[in-house]
Design a protein around this ligand. Sequence first.
Ligand code: PGA
Length: 254
Amino acid sequence: MNKDRKLIIAGNWKMNKTVAEGLDLVRALKLELANIKEIDIVVCPPFTALGEVSRAILDSNIRLGAQNMSEHHVGAFTGEIAAVMLKEFSVRYVILGHSERRQHQKESDELIAKKTLATHGASLKPIVCVGEMLADRESGRTEKVLETQVRGSLAGLTKEQMVETIIAYEPVWAIGTGKTATTAQAQEAHAFIRGLLATLFDDTVARRVRIQYGGSVKHSNARELMSQPDVDGALVGGASLESRSFADIIKNSI
Ligand code: PGA
């Protein structure tokens, strides 16, 4: 698929995989995906597996991401993880503002913006998640919600930082439900977000930012989703937990 933007496909393991299970998964992925150069491949294990997984993928084309990060540098923040700790394990990407954290940990756009700035401060690349709930879509509020989240979660970024930021559009009703947005729904939302980036930053920035789709991505729908002009990759949950299904998503996206 010919796009100016390189596709980026990331596996969000969420709260799954012990160290041993994570190692089994990445060892299998290394074999399956060894020849892939066309796509940036990322795995995002839980914090506890970052160290071992990092070592296991050192000599591969698979990059490492974390699922969250503190907005603070260091100090008295029990249970939190700082950028410098992630960098010890060669983490390059950090998922921020996933809808599960927005829902269960009550993360606000304001907090996500602070975390996004903190990742850039540490030369990490944030994957900032946005997406509407089913009720928003049904009441015609999708664009309003996306605009609020995009403006809020990316507040304060410079153009240079924005270009290094990845956005994941994840309609909440499609996450873990088996319901995927239609390709037309995905493209429409991605084009809306890109248009918004042109307004908030400029056309060049908007053209360069990669926007992933997330929500029940599987091998059977990956190709069609990736063929949309504004879909630049995927953030994959359930289907990233098994080597064959994650590898097939990547192979089918080329
Ligand atoms: P899913 O999750 O692929 O299991 O729907 C996607 C996500 O939450 O990032």
